[in-house]
Design a protein around this ligand. Structure first.
Ligand code: UN1
Length: 510
């Protein structure tokens, strides 16, 4: 396969790198990477050891001591070059994302586009790391705040966005003057190795120090724990399940480290009687089955007004019937496989539970077998009539299951249902009624980090701050002023006069 070669993926790969240097540990466990698209073996990755981790962190910390003094726009220039390299490698990298993770090739390329976009954003940002200037109450005094880099930023990513989420964090963290230490999901290590190889050209060309962009592929129970406990890593940005996030937050907060947590979502779309169904139906379908329901922003609940419930249900069934499921590398397919067999098991288990609780599967839910499905990871996305209080509906099942929930009366009833879960990532309303839209966006409206009108729950642009409330973790990454989390704020008061007045008018004369 040419794209593997182009990306520097070998039959045997190592798990730790500080840039150009790879650590050659072979005795700390092996990952055999299998493609969910066809069940074929792709390559081997030797996981790194705890002692590798310590060395990598040491090198990354030393790199930080220099990198923080490079003017931010010059750091931006490096990220500009990274963006340029990603443009060159968009085709093979997008293909690898699709092959290793299983999302459609369009989405694979879209993911690389997100990386390119965030690099562009970070380049501009490198000239805009602004603080405020405040008016002092004292004569001949000036107060301002400024932002300083933190140190090593640990980036722990999930399998579903094996490259984009790293880029959101690392492009911003790097222009802010930090070094990056990436621990990718063990389900998609090759994507991370490919990115590390793409970075190597930029590192070489600019003679950058080892440790600016580092990678550790290792066991969560050893290498992961080491990182969580490491005082040299002042900030950890973690994308994953709520239970992993809770565990990480407990450890990191004990050492007063900072976190950006992007955890589970249980995202809903509300469809009101005035909604334009020409928009609402495709947005719902993309939200529910895109990435085979494995985005943290995937649409899991559809809250429909009773007046239009039947119409929406029938339109959805029709749309689901037209979905092409199969090899995600084939452009005509909309839906690829789930990441692995255990995800298929979760899918089936969730459907079993919803039926037990009184739900009705009205479409799909089968595991697909037959010649055209080259692995055991293909499923038919399911539509289920359910109620919001069912325990399984309250959970995030990382699979294409869409729960249809009826509401009646006013939009406030729908908002109440939408908010009645522990997660708070993304939400949408489809309405042509201004009052309903504004009610949804008001203080008493959606309690999520993302609230959209007439577009779906997934597919956010990089320009906005990305993240959610409640058990989603409260972090914000990517655009807007998320960069502030990657820096430490300092307030500076400068006396340029010849007296020493105290604030609050206090007199202290000696
Ligand atoms: C994720 O699923 O972890 O908004 C991130 C979206 C994408 C990112 C999803 N831009 O769906």
């Amino acid at each position: 396969m040419n794209f593997l070669k182009e990306l520097g993926i070998k039959k045997e790969n190592f798990g730790a790198s500080t840039g150009l240097t790879w650590f050659k540990t072979k005795d700390s466990g092996v990952i055999d990477v299998i493609s969910p698209t066809n069940g074929c073996y792709i390559a081997k990755v030797f996981q790194c050891s705890v002692s590798d981790y310590r060395k990598v962190a040491e090198i990354s910390h030393n790199a930080f001591l220099n990198w923080r003094n490079i003017p931010a726009p010059k750091r931006g220039e490096i990220i500009r070059q990274v963006g340029q390299k990603l443009r060159e490698f968009k085709e093979p990298l997008g293909r690898l994302v699709s092959y290793e993770m299983g999302k459609s090739i369009q989405e694979g390329h879209g993911e690389v586009q997100e990386m390119i976009d965030i690099c562009d954003f970070a380049v501009g940002l490198s000239r805009q790391l602004y603080g405020f200037t405040m008016m002092s109450e004292r004569e001949e005094h000036r107060i301002y705040d400024q932002y300083h880099p933190l140190g090593i930023v640990g980036i722990i990513t999930a399998f579903n966005f094996p490259v984009a989420v790293w880029a959101w964090n690392s492009a911003i963290a790097a222009v802010c003057g930090n070094t990056n230490l990436w621990k990718p999901s063990s389900k998609t290590p090759l994507c991370a190795i490919a990115v590390q190889n793409i970075l190597a050209d930029v590192i070489k060309k600019n003679k950058l120090p080892e440790g600016l962009f580092s990678l550790v592929i290792g066991k969560g129970s050893s290498v992961g724990e080491q990182m969580l406990n490491d005082k040299k890593v002042p900030l950890i940005s973690l994308t994953g399940s709520t239970s992993i996030g809770r565990h990480a937050a407990e450890i990191i907060s004990k050492r007063f480290g900072k976190t950006i947590l992007e955890l589970g979502g249980n995202n809903a779309i509300i469809i009101t009687p005035s909604a334009d169904l020409k928009l609402a139906i495709p947005a719902t379908v993309f939200g529910a089955v895109g990435t085979a329901g494995q985005r943290c922003t995937s649409t899991r609940r559809l809250i429909i007004h009773e007046k239009i419930f039947e119409t929406v249900k029938q339109s959805l069934i029709k749309a689901y019937e037209s979905l092409k499921i199969g090899d995600p590398l084939d452009k005509k397919n909309h839906v690829g496989p789930l990441i692995d067999k255990s995800a298929v098991k979760e899918f089936k288990h969730a459907l079993g539970r919803v039926v037990e609780e009184g739900g009705k599967i009205i479409f799909g839910g089968e595991v697909l077998t037959g010649k055209s499905y080259k692995s055991e990871c293909y499923v038919k996305p399911a539509i289920v009539e359910a109620e919001n209080h069912y325990s399984i509906v309250q959970e995030e099942t990382f699979a294409p299951i869409l729960y249809l929930i009826k509401y009646n009366g006013d939009v406030s009833n729908a908002i109440k249902i939408q908010n009645d879960v522990v997660q708070g990532l993304s939400s949408s309303i489809f309405t042509n009624d201004l009052r309903e839209a504004e009610e949804f966006l008001a203080h008493s409206g959606s309690d999520c980090g993302i609230a959209n009108v007439n577009i779906g729950t997934s597919g956010a642009e990089i320009g906005g701050a990305f993240g959610g409330e409640k058990e989603t973790g409260g972090g914000r990454e990517s655009g807007s002023d998320s960069w502030k989390q990657y820096m430490r704020r300092q307030t500076n008061t400068i006396n340029y006069g010849t007296k020493l007045p105290l604030a609050q008018g206090i007199k202290f004369e000696i």
